[in-house]
Design a protein around this ligand. Structure first.
Ligand SMILES: [Zn+2]
Length: 52
């Protein structure tokens, strides 16, 4: 039994066959979104701190 060799990786974001868990296209998108989120969180954290 060598089914594990046949195991095809799929991008968890778009579901397309990919060698990696997340394909390059989605990885790039997620990265930019993560940066955007981080910046927003930092800003939110500042305002939240001021409120308290
Ligand atoms: Zn993808």
């Amino acid at each position: 039994m060598s089914e594990e060799k046949e195991k095809t990786e799929k991008c968890i974001v778009c579901g397309r066959p990919s060698k990696t868990t997340i394909c390059h296209a989605c990885e790039d998108k997620i990265r930019s979104e993560a940066v955007d989120k981080k910046i927003r969180q930092e800003r939110a954290g500042r305002t939240d701190r001021e409120k308290k």
